[in-house]
Every structure is written in structure tokens, then in C-alpha cells.
Design a protein around this ligand. Structure first.
Ligand SMILES: [Zn+2]
Length: 88
């Protein structure tokens, strides 16, 4: 599993806005349990960008740090070509 510095490059547009909102909500980049991450990464790979129709969207998982109970999880799918981002 690669956790690359290249993946940390900022793209302008929807991703930046969604990322900022997640951070305001207390989420930080982080991977959930490996079987969940694998499933959702596959969804991103197969999903087509709603703007440019490119596939192989980038999987960007976030975890919310909680004092009690299970950590909540959200994910973004980010287009590598045009920077479009969707929350799943
Ligand atoms: Zn796109």
C-alpha cells in the first residue's frame, strides 16, 4: 500500500473545498480498516468523473477522531485529471 507524497499535492477547486469542510468537521486524512479501504478504493477506481468522465478516481479517506465510540469515516473520490471531487 503506497502512501505517497505525490498524493498530497493540492488541486484547486472542489477537492480543496470539500477537504476544508471535512477538516472543519474534525476529520483528518486516514485510512479505515483495510477491508473497507479496499472496497472503497475499488469503487473510486471504477467510478467515472462526473465532469470529464475519466476513471480511476483517487481514493481519499478521512477519519474523525472521537473521544468515545467508533471513529466516523468519510471518503472523497478525486479526479486526477480535472480535480473534480465527490463525497461518497
Ligand atoms: Zn475529471
Amino acid at each position: 500500500m503506497t502512501q505517497g507524497t505525490a498524493d498530497e499535492r493540492a488541486v484547486s477547486g472542489p477537492f480543496v473545498e470539500l477537504d476544508a469542510q471535512l477538516r472543519i468537521d474534525g476529520y483528518r486524512p486516514g485510512r479505515p480498516a483495510s477491508h473497507i479501504a479496499a472496497d472503497d478504493e475499488l469503487v473510486c477506481t471504477l467510478h467515472a468523473c462526473r465532469r470529464c468522465r475519466a476513471t480511476r478516481l483517487q481514493y481519499r479517506p478521512y477519519l474523525q477522531s472521537a473521544q468515545n465510540g467508533p471513529r466516523r469515516y468519510r471518503m472523497l473520490a478525486v479526479c486526477r485529471l480535472c480535480g473534480e471531487a465527490e463525497e461518497f
